[in-house]
Design a protein around this ligand. Structure first.
Ligand SMILES: Cc1ncc(COP(=O)(O)O)c(C=O)c1O
Length: 403
């Protein structure tokens, strides 16, 4: 009998996300305060649930076109014009099984083996996983803490290689909360034009900004090279409905992407599409309420950390706060494991987001106000105890922490 390897698929190069590793430990701890996950703490709005219940009864339960229903695509085109300043043909929109499915589909459509996708560092780890599924290579460009995690155009240009085919941009950003200024986004599109590259813009957090305006880079696209992915997950508290959409420069490209979708998901869930329709057409008050709540939590959390002498980012958007623990924990994974074991607080170690995240931890402002307050006070107490114990310890023992 002859044995063959199960597969030579590049997808098998995928490694486990460092956020998942903490999440799994946290799931085994019933007392854990969960600050590691990025999921709204509010339910899907009632008007969406009501519409969906009626729609399910009236038969919206079958397959739809692979790229989504004409009705939802038309409603999304209206939303894109009103909220994003993008005039888009509904035929250029592909409704997807969440934004992540959208990104994977775009990579499968645009990039081949040996082509390189450039990601920001720190990065949302699932982009790299999507690149592996699509069989493409990954490079990074830095978004430096000293610049408020806003990347420099010169750094992006210096990170290009002959293999680079696409630059991924994510503003508002996960994990840093940075919101990129319009001039930078225009500059990135211009850079892509000069080097004949695609720009993939992940705008999952488009609706969550505090002191900065969200701008879609597609506004600066003059020759059809910017592709944008949106999501219902965070804006409408619909993470489990798995609904997003990709906006392509042409209907032909949308058709190609929809065909790849057919091979993987057949079509997005019909009932989730009805939920999406109710969410885009109905009242947006829940969005304003959620953003106000995240802003209050940001202000309170930044004040508590700053008062305790702990450096943190001041996010302009999304719902994440980065806390600098590098002085005591240059490897924040060590802190994450100990904080969970000793204080029952789960945080995402920065290393899960790449080299640029080392020595930071990410807290989710979507975790709920009480969880955040308690989690931050335990984190501060933990750091203080750690500092005191190291100051009291002989010099040789300092920094010699093990998990
Ligand atoms: C930057 C970013 N992109 C994409 C996603 C995934 O969104 P979806 O639930 O629509 O797949 C997330 C979720 O955390 C995210 O943070």
């Amino acid at each position: 009998m002859q044995y063959v390897p199960i597969s030579t698929s590049p997808a098998l190069r995928m490694t486990r996300s460092g956020i998942r590793a903490v999440m799994e430990l946290a799931l085994a701890d019933p007392e854990a305060i969960r600050l590691e996950i990025g999921e709204p703490d509010t339910p899907t709005p009632a008007h969406v649930l009501d519409a969906v219940a009626a729609d399910a009864r009236s038969g919206h339960t079958g397959y739809t076109a692979s790229g989504g229903t004409a009705e939802l695509r038309a409603a999304l085109a209206a939303k894109l014009a009103a909220a994003n300043g993008l005039v888009v043909d509904p035929e250029s929109i592909v409704v997807t099984h969440g934004a992540m499915n959208g990104i994977t589909l775009l990579l499968q459509a645009l990039l081949g083996p040996g082509d390189e996708l450039l990601l920001p560092d720190p990065e949302f780890p699932n982009w790299r996983m999507a690149a592996m599924v699509a069989g493409t290579e990954v490079g990074t460009y830095p978004a430096r803490a000293e610049d408020g995690f806003i990347p420099r155009l010169a750094d992006i240009e210096a990170s290009l290689t002959p293999a680079t085919k696409a630059i991924l941009v994510n503003s508002p950003n996960n994990p840093t909360g940075a919101v990129y200024p319009a001039e930078l986004l225009a500059g990135i599109v211009e850079l892509a034009r000069a080097h004949d590259l695609w720009v993939i813009s992940d705008e999952c957090y488009e609706a969550i900004t505090f002191d900065a305006e969200h701008v879609s880079p597609a506004r600066f696209d003059t020759d059809g090279r910017v592709l944008t992915v949106f999501s219902f997950s965070k804006t409408h508290a619909m993470t489990g409905w798995r609904l997003g959409y990709a906006v392509l420069p042409t209907a032909e490209l949308a058709e190609t992407v929809a065909q790849i979708a057919e091979a993987t998901i057949a079509c997005p869930s019909s009932i989730s599409q009805r939920a999406g329709l109710a969410a885009v057409r109905g009242s947006q008050d829940h969005v304003a309420r959620a953003v106000a709540a995240y802003r209050r939590r940001r202000d309170e959390s930044v004040a508590a950390l700053t008062a305790a002498g702990v450096r943190c980012s001041v996010p302009d958007g999304a719902f994440y706060l980065m806390v600098d623990v590098a002085e005591l924990f240059p490897d924040a994974q060590v802190l994450a494991v100990r904080l969970l074991a000793e204080e029952h607080v789960a945080v995402a170690p920065g290393e899960a987001f790449g080299a640029g995240g080392a020595g930071w931890v990410r807290l989710s402002l979507a975790s709920g106000p009480e969880a955040l307050r308690t989690g931050i006070s335990r984190l501060v107490a933990f750091l203080e105890r750690e500092r005191a114990s190291r100051e009291g310890a002989p010099a040789s023992a300092r920094g010699a922490l093990t998990v």
